[in-house]
Design a protein around this ligand. Structure first.
Ligand SMILES: [Zn+2]
Length: 128
């Protein structure tokens, strides 16, 4: 506060109006406006980054959906019995991206139900 010019400080202390044409007042106001502008710019950038990230995530989800759709080999009757789901069908989705042959997912709630072993495999599925 010590850098406030005496005429301005006096005006402040006496509750008088401050001369907006004073160079110090203009400098302080310009700095405040610049600070505000930078803050708005940073907020805008943060918002854009958030939106970009969200769009990337949506795109990944969409790509996964398309891949699952392409890899769906069969629709089967299945009672989901989920906590909030009474789905009666499921789909068998090939999963070459895992060490499992396929995955069974509920058609209604998309819940993973179980892994499906390779055909002709005598092994019981170890992951359920
Ligand atoms: Zn379900």
């Amino acid at each position: 506060m010590s850098d406030i010019p005496k005429p301005i400080l006096d005006a402040l202390l006496q509750g008088k109006p401050i001369d907006g044409r004073n160079s110090w007042v203009r400098k302080v106001m310009k700095e405040a406006e610049e600070k505000e502008r930078q803050k708005k710019e940073e907020d805008q950038k943060r918002l854009e980054n958030f939106q970009i990230k969200r769009l990337e995530e949506e795109s990944e989800d969409y790509q996964k959906l398309i891949t699952d759709q392409k890899n769906t080999i069969e629709y089967i009757d299945f009672d989901c019995n989920g906590k909030y789901c009474d789905g009666k069908t499921a789909r068998v989705i090939l999963r070459p991206d895992t060490r499992h042959y396929a995955e069974i997912r509920c058609n209604l709630c998309d819940r993973h139900i179980k892994w499906s072993p390779y055909p002709n495999s005598n092994e019981e599925c170890e992951f359920k």
